[in-house]
Ligand binder design. Sequence first.
Ligand code: G1P
Length: 315
Amino acid sequence: MPSPSSARPNALARKAVIPVAGMGTRFLPATKAVPKELLPVVDRPALQYIVEEAARAGLPEVLMVTGRNKSAIEDHFDRTPELETALGVKGDEDRLAAVHESTDVAQVFFVRQGEAKGLGHAVLQAAAFVGDEPFAVLLGDDIIDARDLLLEQMLAVQAEHGGAVIALLDVGAENISKYGAVAVEEAKVSGDAAGDDVFRVTGLVEKPPADEAPSSLAIIGRYVLPPEVFAAIRETPPGRGGEIQLTDALLKLVEDGVPVHGVVFSGRRYDTGDKLDYLKAVVRLAVERADLGPQFGPWLKDFVADLPAEGASPA
Ligand code: G1P
């Protein structure tokens, strides 16, 4: 008799993969000893938002693809008996709950990438963990607002159409060279008040010069991928930057006739990838927080009102 899982006509994604092996050079010297994924966004590491997003979307098993100097990430998602006992003895329930948040949110597994040979290579390290099912990949630089159900919608599109689903954002022609860029069919596959527009993807290119980009639609860091992507990655030669690019493997899927869809995200995204965006993300998320916003918002307004006019030197 077939097992319940093999009887499913279209297996649903249950696992998430989060590559965290990057060196974080844009945040030096802060990232000399602290992984960039653990830099706090208000009061929790950027990476914790990503794990919470995966768990919320129904992906409770999370694999992190790590590298050297990343052991603090394992510590963050591990229990801390001494700290928990100390907080318990003090009766500090709020802080105890905050400590538990990082361990209770999902079941977190780790694999080491060994060599940093690109995002495609990082995702390939998840092959044994993923097996023969679709799965999600979440990149750490983008935090998606908890009220915007991007990953949920992507999982629904994948369940309906199969193949791969990527999150897209129109970043404008001036920014496209920093991203994977895509070409899409003109007609929407779907899109209504209840969800973001969905298009069939016809081409992808990793970080093209602006004048060679197929559109200003950029891949942002969310993917739902079929297990066939592993074979495609194995066949993908090093591309831009000499690295094995996930974007190139996705182009291979398109060429092989595997459906690849893009969901054009219209919600709130907090980019933590470079210093300026990181600062903006911290401020925006702090203003939104019920415990901080009521005090921080009015202070921020006064602060901004007192800023010298552009071009004037500070008092
Ligand atoms: C990676 C991908 C790129 C994508 C980007 C999104 O690039 O290779 O296609 O647009 O993530 O953040 P990275 O930012 O790691 O250089």
